[in-house]
Design a protein around this ligand. Structure first.
Ligand SMILES: NC(=O)c1ccc[n+]([C@@H]2O[C@H](COP(=O)([O-])OP(=O)(O)OC[C@H]3O[C@@H](n4cnc5c(N)ncnc54)[C@H](OP(=O)(O)O)[C@@H]3O)[C@@H](O)[C@H]2O)c1
Length: 283
């Protein structure tokens, strides 16, 4: 198993997610899932999708008004009522994260999944122009907090028959590119941390994997690729199959993988409803 985890890290074997995968409507029924960065972009789409499939979603993010909009959307659609935790991950410390885990236990009695989705990305720039504060904030939000939050949540996750931790990576974690600074370094670090955890937790009920969403039409993409045809990228809602698969019981036993969310979309071509007419997916 140890060997298995090591071999599959950084491959695109897709962890058994086949092109015809269709989650059942009650995939996440009665589960409790925490999503970081749930107020916008991919995190927002994941929160709505997990709720649609029956989960109680703990919405965390730094902008209260955005979280409230997601809350209203989920309730308006008739899905399970979510909970909001306003948290600036650049500021929060280990004690507060431990308190949150205690309150999840007290209020809900369980936790079945964590999606580490929030990420900090400052401007793309030559490394000499990156100041220490910016570097440390990115490393904190993208690496240190996923570590501390995982540490706080692991006792709850271990109590379930099958639970999931999903980290978010980026292709720059494996292919160094100029000017991506602390963001790229943080994604390489988090991917390594996920692989390490997958090995350490291989004999427990907790599966650990990474997801690389691929180019997706969000505010972050607009900032990093300002001149690119943003409308040709899939919307976050289009890439949710891989997010559902990794968070639910269908992927129990899948450990240490890096799933490419957009690749599934490309393979299945199930993207038309999410695309602007005539646009193509950029590989
Ligand atoms: N979009 C892509 O093409 C792409 C490609 C590869 C990987 N990814 C990865 O996918 C994930 C989601 O990205 P996205 O494109 O959806 O980005 P996004 O639209 O910018 O959303 C990021 C979310 O993270 C939250 N966040 C950022 N800093 C935070 C902090 N200090 N404390 C709490 N929340 C914080 C943001 O909150 P506010 O809204 O309040 O600022 C926002 O809700 C990231 O891990 C990113 O690295 C994205």
């Amino acid at each position: 198993m140890l060997e298995h985890c090591e071999r599959d890290i950084n491959t695109d074997m897709q962890g058994g997610l086949n092109d015809g995968y269709q989650p059942s409507g009650d995939l996440l029924k009665d589960r409790v899932i925490l999503v970081t960065g749930a107020g916008d972009g991919i995190g927002r789409a994941a929160a709505v999708e997990y709720s649609k499939y029956g989960a109680t979603v703990l919405l965390t993010g730094r902008t209260k008004s955005k979280l409230e909009r997601v809350y209203d959307e989920i309730v308006g659609l008739g899905y399970v009522e979510p909970m909001i935790y306003v948290l600036d991950l650049a500021e929060v410390g280990e004690d507060e994260l431990m308190q949150i885990a205690l309150s999840i236990r007290k209020d809900l009695g369980r936790l079945d999944g964590v999606l580490h989705n929030a990420a900090d990305l400052d401007v793309l720039t030559p490394f000499e122009h990156i100041d220490q504060a910016s570097w440390e904030r990115t490393m904190r939000v993208n690496v240190t907090i996923p570590f501390l939050l995982t540490k706080a949540c692991i006792p709850l996750l271990r109590e379930q028959k099958s639970s999931s931790i999903v980290f978010t990576t980026d292709e720059c974690a494996n292919k160094p590119k100029g000017y991506w600074g602390a963001y790229a370094v943080s994604k390489a670090a988090v991917q390594n941390f996920a692989g390490m955890l997958a090995i350490e937790l291989q004999n427990t009920s907790v599966s650990v994997n990474c997801i690389d969403p691929g180019a997706t039409r969000t505010g972050m993409r607009l900032r990093t690729h300002p001149g690119s045809p943003i409308k040709s990228y899939p919307l976050p809602a289009a890439i949710m199959t891989a997010y559902l698969y990794l968070m639910g019981p269908d992927s129990a036993g899948v450990r240490g993988h890096v799933l490419q969310a957009a690749k599934w979309l490309e393979n299945t071509r199930d993207d038309r409803q999410y695309q602007i007419k005539g646009a193509t997916i950029i590989p």
